[in-house]
Design a binder for this molecule. Structure first.
Ligand SMILES: [Zn+2]
Length: 339
């Protein structure tokens, strides 16, 4: 099969790799209907994470082509969506809704789903079948559910977005934009998008943002305070993962408020005393997308949400290198790869 491999930072290639095979009775194999490039794939691309001939990709939707003897919840021919972490969905952590930290959690990024086929460990716990074969127009939205929508949704839930709340969103990548959509669906009264890119501001408004703040850092925090009667937002979504974005999120939150942080943390350190006096709740981490998949799939199936709009560039898998370049240069928010 063809698959994307990152040889070194900035060096993305599409190569022939062996087709996956079932090795455990709980495995399944899917043929991908589409794959995509994640904002987090840019960390190794830019040399911020180690990379050495690494298979890439952790988002996926597709059709089950083979199952192990012990798989009973999905069958060959099902169209399925799964999270970027495989999980058993039965342990105490999973039962509590934190499948991305399952005691048997396995990162799909170690398998690489920017490929024609993918092995899915713990298929019964990992995959959720759609109600039927989807219309092709639904595939981008179902693919978004695999990570960026599920992550934005978790961020909004962790930030306790809801009726009567003012929600601020730090980060205008795909996750931040879908955090806006999630906050709207959860009933937030006011949603402030922090963005300085006109095209992303437009999509933010379409997804439910009521206000846009272009300032960053301390100036951005001051603007949020100004818009909220000096209090700060009730709920803040952090969807970047840098020191600046994390501090912006904490400082923009009112005392007693909640920060939902889902940007993969890179060199962030928090000052204990500032945290102590902030009086905010911090909750985040790798989103337990599996918790939300049944609900998100249904919302997409019923055409109540259209998260697939975050894909603003579609390329064939063979042109993955151009997709990485486009995202790195911010010419694209999120790239869908057809397979
Ligand atoms: Zn588990």
């Amino acid at each position: 099969m063809r698959a994307v491999v990152m040889h070194a930072p900035g060096d993305v290639r599409v190569e022939e790799r062996a087709d996956p095979t079932i090795t455990r009775p709980t495995d399944a194999i899917i043929r991908l209907a589409a794959s995509c490039i994640c904002g987090s794939d840019l960390w190794p691309y830019r040399g911020d994470d180690a990379v050495d001939h690494t298979p890439m990709g952790h988002e996926y939707v597709g059709v089950v082509t083979e199952i192990g003897d012990k798989v009973s919840q999905v069958k060959v021919g099902d169209f399925v969506v799964g999270s970027f972490f495989a999980s058993d969905n039965t342990c105490e952590i999973c039962q509590a809704g934190y499948q991305s930290r399952c005691i048997h959690a396995y990162p799909m990024g170690a398998i690489g789903t920017q490929a024609e086929y993918a092995l899915i460990p713990m298929a019964d716990g990992t995959l959720v079948a759609t109600p039927g074969a989807p219309d092709p127009e639904l595939i981008p939205s179902l693919l978004a559910a695999s990570d960026v929508l599920g992550t934005g949704w978790f961020a909004a839930v962790a930030a306790e977005a809801g009726p009567g709340k003012t929600v601020a969103v730090v980060g205008d990548g795909a996750v931040g934009l879908l955090g806006i959509l999630a906050a709207r669906e959860l009933g937030a009264e006011r949603i402030i998008a922090m963005s300085r890119h006109a095209d992303r501001q437009a999509l933010a408004r379409e997804f439910g943002a009521t206000d846009i703040v272009e300032e960053r850092g301390d100036a951005g925090v001051a603007r949020i305070k100004e818009l909220t009667g000096g209090y700060g937002a009730h709920s803040v979504i952090e969807a970047v993962g840098t020191q600046e974005s994390m501090m912006q999120a904490i400082r923009a939150t009112r005392a007693g408020g909640h920060v939902g942080y889902v940007g993969v943390s890179h060199d962030v350190s928090l000052d204990g005393l500032e945290l102590f006096f902030s009086g905010v709740h911090l909750h985040g981490g790798p989103a337990p997308v599996r918790r939300f998949l049944p609900e998100l799939i249904q919302l997409i199936w019923d055409r109540k949400i259209d998260p697939g709009k975050v894909f603003d560039l579609t390329l064939p898998l063979d042109e993955a290198a151009e997709g990485y370049r486009a995202m790195d240069e911010r010419r694209a928010t999120k790239v869908l790869l057809t397979v």
